[in-house]
Design a protein around this ligand. Structure first.
Ligand SMILES: Cc1ncc(COP(=O)(O)O)c(C=O)c1O
Length: 364
C-alpha cells in the first residue's frame, strides 16, 4: 500500500534526537508546563518572527481561545471561508459567535478579498482567514479592507510558509498553528499554539489556557484546561530544527507533480510569485471523472484523499445558518473536484516515480 501520508519515515530519520528528547523529559520529573514548553514557545515564536507563543492542546483550542481573548462571544460574527477544515468552524461556534462565510478564489483557494467588505456588518468581531494547504493569504491587503477588525490567522497548515518574507501567522493579531501528527510540524499526539506580538493578548491567552488562574487559589477570568505537554514540546523542539528541510523536500515533490502530472487532468492550486508555500498537502482540482480516478488508484493500492468533500455552509451542523447550494459556488465546485495525491517529505523517488507513472496511465 502506498499511503497518502506515512509518518514512520520521519520518525526513523530523527529517531535518535527524538528518543533523547523523550528521555530528557521522563528523567526531568516535570511533565506539564515546565522548561520544554517555555523553550519551545520561545523558539517557535522566534521562527515565526513574533514576540510571544502560547502553546495549547490543539489548534482548535488555540483558535477558540484566540477568539475568547478578543472577547468574541454570543451575538458576534466571525468571517471565515467555507472551504477549510471543519475545526476552523468549530472554534467559532464554540465561542457562541455566528460564522459568516466568504467564498474563496478559484485558483488560490484563499479567501476572496474582493468579497470581504460585503460580509462585514456592525456585528463582525473578527476575521479568520485560512492559509489553506500552505498557500498564504495576503493579510496586509486584508488589513487594508477590514481596518481595525481583529484578524486571527488560521495557519494550522502553514508552518514556514511566507509571503514577501513574512511568515504565515505573523501578520494578523494572532496566528494559530496545529501540531497534529500529519502537519508540517507534527507532534506525536495533539498540540497547537497561538502566536502574537500583542503582550495583552499573550497574557490573556496564558490565563485562558489554564482555568484563568493567576495562582493556584485565584482565577481572574473564566478559562479552560488546554496545555501542550512537556513530551510533545520536547519532540517539537527537535522537529522545528528540521522544518525548513522538510518543507524544502515538500516543495521538490510538489514541483515534480506540477511538471509531470497530466495537464488535462489536473488544475493545480496557484501559488503567487511572492508566496513560498509549505505544501502541507498536494491538493488540486481534478478535471476528469474523480470517482473513476479514486477507484483506479484504490485498485493500484495507492491512497488518495479529498480536501474537502463538503463546503462548510452545506454541512448538517450549519443548517441553522440557512446556507444553500449556490451560495458559495467556488467552494462548492472545488469540493467536487478536489484531489490529493501521496505526499510527505520523506517520499522516496522510486515511490513518487511509480505514483506519477500510474496517474499518467489513467484514462478517463
Ligand atoms: C485549517 C485547519 N484549522 C484548524 C485545524 C485544527 O487543528 P487541530 O487538529 O490541532 O485541532 C486543522 C487541522 O486539521 C486545520 O487543517
Amino acid at each position: 500500500m502506498i499511503w497518502r501520508c506515512d509518518l514512520l519515515p520521519q520518525y526513523e530519520a530523527y529517531k535518535d534526537e527524538i528518543q533523547e528528547a523523550i528521555t530528557r523529559v521522563l528523567e526531568s520529573g516535570r511533565y506539564v508546563l515546565a522548561g520544554e514548553v517555555a523553550a519551545f514557545e520561545k523558539e517557535f515564536a522566534t521562527y515565526i518572527g513574533v514576540d510571544h507563543g502560547v502553546s495549547v492542546a490543539n489548534a482548535t483550542d488555540a483558535l477558540t481561545l484566540s477568539l475568547m481573548a478578543l472577547d468574541v462571544g454570543i451575538g458576534d460574527e466571525v468571517i471565515t471561508t467555507p472551504y477549510t477544515a471543519i475545526p476552523t468552524l468549530s472554534s467559532i461556534v464554540a465561542t457562541g459567535a455566528t460564522p459568516v462565510f466568504v467564498d474563496v478564489c478559484e485558483d488560490t483557494y484563499l479567501m476572496d478579498l474582493d468579497k470581504v467588505s460585503d460580509a462585514i456588518t456592525p456585528n463582525t468581531k473578527a476575521i479568520m482567514p485560512v492559509h489553506i494547504f500552505g498557500n498564504v493569504l495576503d493579510v496586509e491587503k486584508l488589513k487594508e479592507i477590514v481596518g481595525e477588525i481583529p484578524i486571527v490567522e488560521d495557519a494550522s497548515q502553514a508552518h514556514g510558509a511566507n509571503i514577501r518574507g513574512k511568515q504565515a501567522g505573523s501578520m494578523g493579531d494572532i496566528g494559530v498553528f496545529s501540531f497534529y501528527p500529519t502537519k508540517n510540524l507534527g507532534a506525536y499526539g495533539d498540540g497547537g499554539i497561538a502566536v502574537t506580538n500583542n503582550k495583552v493578548l499573550d497574557e490573556k491567552l496564558r490565563l485562558l489556557r489554564m482555568y484563568g488562574m493567576t495562582d493556584k487559589d485565584h482565577i481572574k477570568i473564566n478559562g479552560v484546561n488546554s496545555r501542550l505537554d512537556e513530551m510533545q514540546a520536547a519532540i517539537l523542539r527537535v522537529k522545528l530544527t528540521h522544518l525548513d528541510d522538510m518543507n524544502a523536500s515538500r516543495r521538490t515533490i510538489a514541483e515534480r507533480y506540477v511538471n509531470e502530472l497530466p495537464k488535462h487532468l489536473f488544475k493545480h492550486q496557484r501559488i503567487d510569485d511572492d508566496v513560498v508555500s509549505n505544501y502541507h498537502v498536494f491538493n488540486s482540482a481534478f478535471l476528469g471523472d474523480r470517482e473513476a480516478f479514486v477507484k483506479y488508484m484504490d485498485d493500484l493500492n495507492i491512497q488518495t484523499n479529498i480536501y474537502y468533500l463538503m463546503p462548510l455552509h452545506l454541512q448538517e451542523a450549519t443548517r441553522y445558518l440557512g446556507g444553500k447550494v449556490g451560495d458559495f459556488p467556488v467552494a462548492e465546485s472545488l469540493c467536487k473536484q478536489a484531489m490529493a495525491l501521496t505526499f510527505y517529505p520523506e517520499l522516496k523517488d522510486e515511490v513518487l516515480d511509480h505514483v506519477i507513472e500510474k496517474v499518467n496511465q489513467f484514462s478517463s
